[in-house]
Every structure is written in structure tokens, then in C-alpha cells.
Design a protein around this ligand. Structure first.
Ligand code: UDP
Ligand code: MG
Length: 313
């Protein structure tokens, strides 16, 4: 008699090549863990290839396979949220379809929750092998900065791959924000987390959906979503410049009184105008970032839209 259920959430965007391999691998692990019931929740995030067909097939032949298919591509964050929203398990894991999150770690993760009393077991990769060095450099810098300016504990190299209890899943669902940054959300909800480290694994098939620009925007999402320090920086700049201007006014008044006022200083004036307006635009940009996120939040748009599930098919 199987008493407990693990749900596996798998966001899929154009994963026709990886999916069959993933399914094979995960069912092997499920077989090993014979005391536990499984539910595989695939989220088809508006794939343009045969991903949905594969999911339909799988769900017909294996009752453990369920899926939610979006009306368009909403992004991995929305896919994970949809997964949390729809699974029924007592324990829930998020896993990539490309086998970069080794399903073989699952028994160990489950054991840590059952026997060592953790609420969540997360994974981080200790190497960034196979990644362009410049990307690693910026990634490292991002983690350094965000951990300085945010209260949420955001771990360098952390994957979204983790197993957690129903209690933690409900906490995550209660954070219904539109601009989602899961690495921050997982840290923000708290609970006891055990970290497992493993060597980076390369994708089995297909290719990564991330380019440098997308990662950059995602990192902004993280900073704006989990820290208001940039806004403080804008105020500090303002104060600093007022102070400098004040000193300059006094110096200029004294200089004029003592040495007269020959016409000069045009280049320095231009430089100052450029510099100060640069700083102003930068600060305006920071405020704009927060304003745009607030704007999107206040619209209360749904995080994802379902077009089809295994039940409606
Ligand atoms: N993914 C998704 N929607 C997207 C982009 C990616 O659901 O818009 C899924 C993708 O199918 C994969 C996971 O998110 O299962 C991680 O994507 P990827 O492997 O491209 O990222 P990387 O591992 O390179 O960080
Ligand atoms: Mg991947």
C-alpha cells in the first residue's frame, strides 16, 4: 500500500528530443522508490514542436502522467507556478526536462526530508563547467550583489531543482506575485533547507533557452523583486549631489569676490551638465524599473493561461 505521493513538476518548452529520455529516466527512479506513489506534472509552456503530442501520448499510456498546456509561452517561472497550482502530492519536486537535474538524486532528497526532518532539499551545482566564462563571471557578481542588498537568501549555483513538503508548496502558492523570481521566493518563504551539491551536467538533447540578454533581464527581476536598495541609492546620489553643488556655490562666490569674473570654465560646465544629467537619468531609470513592476502587479493579470490538460484531452 502506497501512502505518500511525490509530484514532479517538469516545465517543458520545445523539449521533444529530451522528453522521451527524461520519461525513461524518471520512471526508473520511480520504480526504485516502490513505496511511494508518483505523479508527473508536465507543463507545456507554449512549445512550437511536438512536445504536446508526446505528452498526450504519455498521459494516455501512463496514468501517473498529467499535463497542463499553456495558451502561449509564459516562461519557466509561470510554468513552475502552474505546476505548484495543479499538483496533488504530499511532496513536490521541480525538475528540468533536459536531465540537467539528475532524477537519481530523488531518493536521497526524499530520505533527507523523511528522516532528517528537513522541509526542503535543494540542489546547487559546484562547477559551472560548460558555461562561457564571461557568463560565469556575471553570474557570480549577480549573486554577490543580490545577497548584499536582499534579505532573501539566494545561493550561488542554486538550481530550481528541489523537493519540498506540501506546507512549503502552499507557502510558495501564497506568494501570488506576477513578477516571479523563484530563487528568491524559495529563500524568502524560509523553512529548513538542506543543500546537495553536484557537478554540472550538460543537457542531454535540444538547446538552452537562455541567452545573455534574457539572463540579464532575469537578474534585474531578482534585484527589483527582492530588494529596494537601488531606490535608496538614488536618494543617496541626490543628497550627495546637493552637497557637492552647495560647496561649489560657496567656492564660486568667494572666487568671484576675490578674483573677479573672467569668462572661462565652459568645458568644465559642459562636463558637469553631462555627468549630472547622466546620474539623473540613471536614478529615473531605477525608479522606472520599480514603477513598471508595480504597474504590472496592479493589473493582477493571471500568471498563466491553460489551454488543455490531460483531463480535457
Ligand atoms: N523552459 C520553460 N519555458 C521557457 C524556457 C524554458 O518551461 O520559456 C523550461 C525548459 O524546457 C527546461 C527548463 O525550463 O525544462 C530549463 O530551461 P533550459 O534548460 O533552457 O535552461 P538552463 O538549464 O540552460 O538554465
Ligand atoms: Mg537546462
Amino acid at each position: 500500500m502506497k501512502t505518500e505521493k511525490i509530484s514532479i513538476i517538469v516545465p517543458c518548452y520545445n523539449e521533444e528530443e529530451a522528453l522521451p529520455l527524461f520519461y525513461e529516466e524518471i520512471t526508473k527512479v520511480a520504480k526504485q522508490m516502490e513505496k511511494v506513489e508518483f505523479e508527473f506534472m508536465f507543463i507545456n509552456d507554449g512549445s512550437k514542436d511536438k512536445t504536446l503530442d508526446i505528452l498526450r501520448e504519455l498521459s494516455k499510456k501512463d496514468k501517473r502522467v498529467r499535463y497542463v498546456s499553456f495558451s502561449r509561452n509564459f516562461g519557466k517561472e509561470a510554468a513552475m507556478y502552474a505546476g505548484f497550482d495543479n499538483v496533488t502530492g504530499d511532496y513536490v519536486a521541480v525538475m528540468d526536462a533536459d536531465l540537467q537535474d539528475p532524477p537519481a538524486l530523488l531518493p536521497e532528497m526524499f530520505q533527507a526530508i523523511k528522516e532528517e526532518g528537513y522541509d526542503s532539499v535543494a540542489t546547487r551545482r559546484v562547477t559551472r563547467a560548460g558555461e562561457p566564462p564571461i557568463r560565469s563571471f556575471f553570474a557570480r557578481m549577480f549573486y554577490k550583489i543580490i545577497n548584499k542588498i536582499s534579505k532573501a537568501d539566494i545561493v550561488d549555483g542554486a538550481r530550481d531543482y528541489r523537493l519540498m513538503t506540501r506546507q512549503m508548496v502552499d507557502a510558495i502558492l501564497s506568494m501570488g506575485e506576477y513578477n516571479r523570481f523563484s530563487k528568491g521566493i524559495f529563500g524568502w518563504v524560509g523553512f529548513n533547507t538542506k543543500w546537495l551539491a553536484y557537478e554540472n551536467v550538460e543537457r542531454v538533447a535540444g538547446e538552452t533557452k537562455w541567452n545573455f540578454w534574457k539572463l540579464f533581464l532575469y537578474s534585474l527581476e531578482g534585484i527589483v523583486g527582492f530588494s529596494t536598495v537601488p531606490l535608496t541609492i538614488a536618494s543617496v546620489f541626490g543628497l550627495l549631489f546637493c552637497f557637492i553643488a552647495f560647496i561649489m556655490i560657496i567656492v564660486i562666490i568667494f572666487k568671484t569676490l576675490m578674483f573677479g569674473d573672467p569668462v572661462s570654465g565652459w568645458p568644465s560646465t559642459t562636463c558637469i551638465i553631462f555627468f549630472v544629467s547622466g546620474v539623473q537619468l540613471f536614478c529615473l531609470g531605477i525608479i522606472g524599473q520599480y514603477l513598471s513592476k508595480t504597474y504590472l502587479e496592479t493589473k493582477k493579470r493571471p500568471i498563466y493561461i491553460t489551454k488543455e490538460t490531460e483531463k480535457t484531452n
